[in-house]
Design a protein around this ligand. Sequence first.
Ligand code: XMP
Length: 512
Amino acid sequence: MAEVVAVLDFGSQYTQVIARRLRECQVYSKVYPFFTTAESLKEEGVKGIILSGGPSSVFAETAPKPDTAIFNLEVPVMGICYGLQLLGFLLGGKAEHSEEREYGKGTLTITEDSPLFEGINKTIRVWNSHGDKLTQLPEGFKPVASTENSAFAAIENRERNFYGLQFHPEVFHTEQGTDIIRNFVFSICGCTGDWTMESYIESSIAAIHERVGDKKVILGLSGGVDSSVAAKLIHDAIGPQLTCVFVDNGLLRKKEREAVEKLYGDHFQINLVVADSSELFLGRLAGVTDPEQKRKIIGNTFIEVFESEVDKIGEVDFLAQGTIYPDIIESLPIDGNPASLIKSHHNVGGLPERMKLKILEPLNQLFKDEVRLLGKSLGLPDNVVWRQPFPGPGLAVRILGDITADNLKVLRGADAILLEEMKKADMYYKVWQSFAVFLPVRTVGVMGDERTYDNVIALRIVESVDAMTADWAQLDHDLLAKISNRIINEVKGVNRVVLDISSKPPSTIEWE
Ligand code: XMP
């Protein structure tokens, strides 16, 4: 098992970013709720503890505080922002409450030698977030760096290996931030950097073997990154004991089903069951225009089809899912933590509870970028590992109004051209998503000598890092012209193409 450094979560929007930075340094890190006991951290054998930032004031009655016994574990502790205030406050220093929080860039000047700043320039740009202010350091601490606004921008008690930073080393705007984190984990915590994809693959294959034994596993393969990587990893571990079920709901993109059959069935030789249920789905969706209603029908029908396929397979013990780490990190209900307001509304719920199967989630410790890296290491092609997100309800959220076989055909044709041109122009992997939307309106056009009265296709092409916010991508006009021309010329039933130039918020990425 890899060495682990714990990140105690006090509600900062950057908590996960800290864990990711540590993993980029090849040190395994996990996010724990702030109240995790020292005893259980000790049991996990943590090599170091990082106290995250957070929106609270240490003076607030409801301020989240750690189990103070963590300070007696004799492992290095580094507090970031609110974490630094906690160190100061809980170890006997003095702090002042300040009503105003101040965010932004600052300049850090390193004033003393510190193992934390080994190899760091004497002055660096940092990303600050000031809330309360330390006015007196606890015994045994000294300041090692300052900023314009704070004499205690970085503090240390080298004897006990406690460090505090008023700024955020984990965010991109802090220069050499990752180097500071690296100093903490390697020089101070003594980690060796044993978290690599190879070691992960080895240990998770062993773990899957051990857990599954000679039992059978099923997995709902969607063709998306997470379920694909999970399928390949589990297949590498247990081979034919795994069966993947791919539900063709009739709402897939052009040639999508064939691509799945070819890659997983033919190429990787994974047991693959393809449930052709387009008629069932499209029959139930006929005449339904309300988006919520569409989603409900699709979700329920999926469960029904999946269950009946599993029944046909016979005795099955495990349901495998491509759940990834950000899906399971609990968002703490701390006031002001934006993460706690974000609901996950996208997954097909209810399946595990109903099926009474044991759950196997081999990716649940990985961030998205690590899942991609894992997929690469397992030999999945780039067009799977780097594919754009595609919603569970498929093209149903991209056909406004009635979903009919004709509308689907038009949308598929337009979407395929858009994808092809994006790939040719080397833009497909540079944007977050690029897709076509079918609008249930007809407009007038002329083709040759004839007047036409045909459908409108909207192009939605966005940039984003996490889909929480997004902006429309400013593509080259020649490329847009080519896409539009080809769609109008080649897809029967379309005489107008429009471009969506709205950002999220206030719009969303999908049109529904
Ligand atoms: P919105 O439209 O909410 O989309 O801005 C944000 C991201 O989520 C994807 N999306 C879905 N994914 N099931 C999914 O698996 C869904 O029902 C669903 N709805 C939206 C969307 O493609 C975008 O990446």
